[in-house]
Ligand binder design. Structure first.
Ligand SMILES: Cc1cc2nc3c(=O)[nH]c(=O)nc-3n(C[C@H](O)[C@H](O)[C@H](O)COP(=O)(O)OP(=O)(O)OC[C@H]3O[C@@H](n4cnc5c(N)ncnc54)[C@H](O)[C@@H]3O)c2cc1C
Ligand code: SF4
Length: 596
């Protein structure tokens, strides 16, 4: 099979005189799915994306070795990726003390990557203020799906109905049976690899061929099973058996996923352009304009309904308007909240869809940092095996607050981890020494390391919120977000438990411990920001209904993670797409019935 590429029409060719059936803002997981589903229902859709098109076939070279790159993979010297201790630099004057012309989030530094600098925003152009927050943004067609980590998990009623179990917060307005058919559709359309485990709190997907666990991981799985805990092969949003899509190939296990900050140049790993947008474009109902930063949802002053959007050409700085009968925001959790707040009018003085005052609030995500690294001694000096060609290692499912009630914290966490030889042995960087002895040590230990790190639920709290900064604007003159966001006591207690259990589990498995990490990483580090426009049945305490439709403005939908009522502890992207599919099916039905 040969991969196809697509030639999209020039941005200027887009007809802005036309009234589209729907405008979708943003082209990541949520926007890609919205465009895909709405066009499949025959709706004429204009997709506006703030970032540029990236020619991944030229820019993303998954198989390039560091020594083939002019700077061993490093960025040019005028660019800098933020370190954990630099996340306080958002106080004006912005990025003071950092001499580099371009400043990127910490993700840009992963694996000495040069590739993702063209995707990840320059923080000098895209500032924000307030409390510490590592806000990773990718502005390009496909958004963060170009570099995501691929772990694709489902939520369950332990998450949707968590309030009924522990009394905290608000239940979602849906239950698992409402979303399950849409999870199935996402699995079948995009491909996911994994193994069925029959866990009620981590539902199985319709899996393709799984990633194989290697020796150390099989050993750990056996030891954990005795504790009643489940370690399962990485549930990867990767097609291992292939899907019907001429833009994607099946994974042939080159072990290259982690060579760059994500990204798969044969698109076996899901990304929104090849998985959703290009196939939709081929259907003939989709128009795409990149370099189009939406700055406001425009309102019909007679009806109070949305009539279109105002946007800025990111390159020329010129202002334009586009018109549609329905507006679908999918700019990502925080950018969609920003857009709602920016869209003030006589009818919507606090921002469109914000009569409840909840836009920007109930902001939640995952807390991470604690984990453990060990050595599986049986593999030291062992012959190198071909067990590393995988798009992921393992996932250890939640085990807290399921049947028992932890006295210190509510909700739960899971671990992501892995072992074995990676295509480039990470320990080579940290191993001291030089010459033949150094090389032998690197080779001997390369396949013996095993590590895992936890991702835990951060509780959705009204008092954790974003708002518009009254002074600071971005490079295009648009007010930026101010963060008021902190981890609470529940997260801190949970993190203590993560470090303790990580150590216990490795000890129980007889894995020699190299280090136990107790440090909590800065807010935002998990790149799973959620909440800010939550769904709910009560318009006084929620922004959207169960179909991600604004309670206030019936032709306005917000289909990204901002709608999530709680963060759960599972990575969110598969849920974002399943929900977006469900809502867009509903939207298309209402549209046909003339109800929007
Ligand atoms: C390194 C990394 C690893 C990750 N690993 C995982 C993982 O393993 N599992 C998982 O589930 N999730 C993971 N994620 C998170 C995942 O990428 C996101 O959940 C997902 O991309 C969210 O989709 P989205 O459409 O809401 O946002 P995005 O993918 O960010 O897309 C939003 C798009 O909207 C555009 N946009 C923003 N503002 C505007 C505007 N005003 N006008 C027009 N367009 C606009 C942006 O340019 C962007 O293209 C990871 C993310 C990163 C960066
Ligand atoms: S291991 Fe598979 S999914 Fe990962 S980069 Fe290689 S082909 Fe793509």
């Amino acid at each position: 099979m040969t991969l196809q590429n697509i030639k999209l029409p020039d941005d200027k060719a887009v007809n802005l005189g036309k009234v589209y059936d729907a405008i979708v803002v943003g082209s990541g997981a949520a926007g890609g799915m919205a465009a895909h589903v709405l066009t499949s229902h025959g709706m004429k859709v204009l997709l506006l994306e703030a970032g540029k098109r990236i020619d991944t076939s030229k820019e993303l070279k998954s198989d390039e070795w560091p020594y083939e790159h002019p700077r061993r993979g490093e960025m040019p010297p005028d660019r800098h990726a933020l370190l954990p201790n630099e996340y306080t630099i958002r106080k004006p004057p912005y990025a003071a003390g950092i001499k580099a012309n371009h400043v990127h989030s910490y993700v840009q530094a992963w694996g000495g990557s040069d590739y993702s600098k063209n995707l990840i925003v320059d923080e000098k152009d895209h500032p924000y203020t307030g409390s510490n927050y590592a806000w990773v943004r990718a502005r390009a067609l496909g958004g963060k799906t170009n570099i995501w980590g691929r772990l694709a998990l489902r939520l369950s009623d332990y998450d949707f109905k968590a309030t009924s179990r522990d009394g905290y917060g608000m239940n979602w307005p849906i239950e698992y049976k409402d979303i399950q058919p849409y999870y199935d559709r996402v699995d079948l359309l995009l491909g996911i690899s994994g193994v069925k485990e029959n866990l009620p709190y981590l539902p199985d997907s319709i899996f393709q061929r799984p990633v194989r666990l290697n020796e150390a991981e099989v050993h750990l799985r056996g030891s954990l099973a005795k504790m009643g805990r489940t370690l399962t092969p990485y549930r990867a949003g990767v097609t291992t058996d292939g899907v019907k899509n001429k833009y994607r190939m099946r994974c042939f296990s080159r072990g290259a996923c982690n060579r760059r900050a994500g990204g798969c140049d044969i698109h076996a790993a899901f990304d929104s352009p090849t998985g959703l947008i290009f196939p939709a474009f081929d259907g003939g109902n989709l128009t795409i304009r990149t370099n189009a930063t939406v700055r406001e949802v425009l309102v019909d002053t007679n009806t109070g309904k949305a009539r279109g959007v105002a946007f800025i050409d990111t390159v020329t700085g010129k202002n334009y308007e586009a018109k549609a009968k329905v507006i679908v925001l999918a700019a990502s959790t925080l950018e969609s909240a920003r857009l709602l707040l920016l869209s003030k009018s006589r009818q919507h003085p606090n921002g469109i869809g914000n009569s409840s005052g909840h836009v920007g609030h109930n902001f939640c995500e995952h807390v991470m940092g604690p984990g453990v690294t060990g050595i599986y001694k049986q593999k030291i000096g062992a012959l190198r095996t071909n067990d590393d060609g995988r798009p992921g290692g393992f996932y250890l499912a939640r085990f807290r607050n399921l049947t028992e009630k932890n006295p210190k914290f509510i909700r739960g966490y899971g671990f992501e981890g892995g072992s074995g030889t990676t295509i480039f042995p990470g320990d080579a960087i940290e191993q001291p020494g030089f010459g033949a002895g150094y090389k032998k040590k690197v080779r001997d230990y390369a396949g013996a390391f095993i590590d895992m790190g936890a991702f835990g639920e951060v509780l959705a709290r009204y008092e954790n919120y974003v708002e518009l900064d009254p002074q600071m604007k971005d490079r295009w003159g648009i007010p930026v977000l101010r963060f008021n966001y902190h981890f609470g006591d529940n997260e801190k207690k949970m993190c203590e438990d993560m470090a303790e259990t990580a150590q216990e589990m490795f000890e129980a498995a007889g894995i020699e411990i190299v280090s136990v990490n107790k440090r909590i990483l800065t807010e935002g580090w998990s790149i799973h920001e959620l909440g800010t426009a939550r769904m709910g049945n009560d318009p006084k305490t929620s922004v959207l209904n169960q179909y991600q439709q604004s309670h206030d403005v019936k032709n306005l939908f917000v289909v990204d993670g901002s709608s999530h009522v709680s963060a759960a502890n599972q990575n969110p992207t598969w849920t974002i797409m399943a929900l977006a599919w469900r809502s867009c099916d509903y939207l298309a039905g209402e549209f046909k019935r003339g109800n929007l």
